[in-house]
Design a protein around this ligand. Structure first.
Ligand code: F6R
Length: 246
């Protein structure tokens, strides 16, 4: 894993956006894997600004998101569809029909997981996957557990994740209990991975991801197996990492 340390959240966002924009310039028809949550907000702001200034073109880009809550439709303000539309899709020139997320309204869980796995495969795989990191080391909604799950699957969210995500809802009761997510195998198939991490509350998780044992109790640790991972972390998130990493 290659580590890039940023001063703060703003610097982390600019550096990560630069890496995504380099990917888009090198391969204008890239398939970008995207994430939601608070970490990528600054990255999406930066990408939208560069598009607005005429420096970046999404005209041939395809996007696939990591995850979506089960039960929420695209018009539901708490859905990841809505989040992506608001924070990125509506602000840039992505083509209609070239941005994909799991369908949270599909009650046929197994069918939906197979459909999304197959969809990613049919796009030729992901060129660059952007990831955030959960406090408990989760990536996508791959929560700590006793085994890794390879493909897109349905998960029960942990209490800690429900608690962390309730800031986007009016109360924790409203946070859906289940989600569709890419599996760790789906994520590892991406050609390149960009892990963006910010804040002191992620420092221990980042240390475990980079230096702990590769184990399903810290799902992000599986990234140690990938040949092309770039970690962009701000000083606070990188605080636990040993000197030789810097
Ligand atoms: C979001 C996702 C999650 C988040 C993680 C960190 O699509 O897959 O794994 O990346 O929960 O969330 P934030 O950035 O809100 O701290």
């Amino acid at each position: 894993m290659k580590l890039i340390i940023a001063k703060d959240y703003r610097d982390m966002s600019r550096k990560a956006a630069n890496i995504i924009s380099a990917q888009m310039i090198l391969k204008p028809e890239s398939v970008l894997g995207l994430a939601t949550g608070s970490t990528p907000l600054g990255i999406y702001d930066q990408l939208a600004e560069w598009y607005r200034k005429g420096d970046l073109d999404f005209g041939q880009i395809t996007t696939v998101n990591l995850d979506e809550y089960v039960g929420l439709g695209p018009d539901d303000e708490q859905s990841y569809h809505y989040f992506m539309k608001k924070n990125l899709f509506s602000r840039v020139n992505l083509r209609e029909g070239y941005s994909f997320l799991p369908d949270g309204r599909n009650p046929e869980g197994e069918l939906e997981c197979r459909r999304y796995t197959e969809l990613i495969r049919s796009l030729g795989g992901i060129d660059l996957q952007l990831l955030g990191l959960g406090h408990n080391g989760h990536i996508g909604f791959n929560e700590p557990s006793d085994a890794f799950v390879r493909d897109v699957h349905m998960v029960d969210l942990t209490e800690r994740t429900i608690e962390a995500n309730k800031r986007f809802f009016t109360s924790s009761e409203e946070v859906p209990r289940r989600a569709y997510t890419m599996g760790v195998g789906t994520i590892l198939l991406a050609k390149k991975i960009l892990l963006a991490v910010s804040g002191s509350q992620k420092a221990e998780a980042l240390y475990q991801v980079m230096h702990g044992p590769i184990c399903p109790q810290v799902p992000g640790s599986v990234l140690q197996l990938h040949p092309d991972v770039l970690v962009v972390a701000d000083e606070e998130a990188a605080a636990r990492l040993p000197k030789e990493d810097r």
